[in-house]
Design a protein around this ligand. Sequence first.
Ligand code: G3P
Length: 222
Amino acid sequence: MGLPFILLNYKTYLQGTGQGAVEIAKACKEVSEGSGIEIAVAPQLPDIYRVASEVEIPVFSQHLDGIGAGSFTGHVFGKAIKEAGAIGTLINHSERRLTLAEIEASLKAAKEFGLKTVICTNNVPTTAAAAALGPDYVAIEPPELIGSGIPVSKADPEVVSGSVEAVAKIDPAVKVLCGAGISKGEDLRAALDLGSQGVLLASGIVKAADPKAALEELISLI
Ligand code: G3P
């Protein structure tokens, strides 16, 4: 198995807002360069340009709407995200739920602009449904464990291994990430041992007193 993919979602945490978004991205870049592990960041939308301009690191949007150019006030347009410097986007996070039709439209919009896609899901059946749409990644995150500090890879290993099995049957080209409560090296190790190809995480790193040290600990068992 290759090295894992780590995607750090800043959500709207204060520590990852504005200049903080840049500082955390710099920490991610240093740890990524020192380890060879791909680490990407998903700052808030207004911070995408700032992070992508100041730090050489893959940047994802936290959301994208399934719309095109035109009269769509307040929407997130794929071309704008791409031109801001993002290379990919989250779709359907538990904190930004979409309908199935909206997920499909967002995916289509992202693909139109060559953006990588990570569809977030909450259980095995939704993971299977998401995989059938053909994103680059699905990210299984049981909502009740998000932000809890209780790692999904230990509290609910079946949802991770079940997602890995379901996706392999539907489309083996789709990669599986898992998330919720992941913060320690042993959590990431367990996630990989369950067959996932990386993690989507947030609070354990973004809210850490020293995000760089927290990232170094996270990858210590790889
Ligand atoms: O998108 C990442 C996520 O929802 C997990 O959050 O704080 O449990 O790592 P957290």
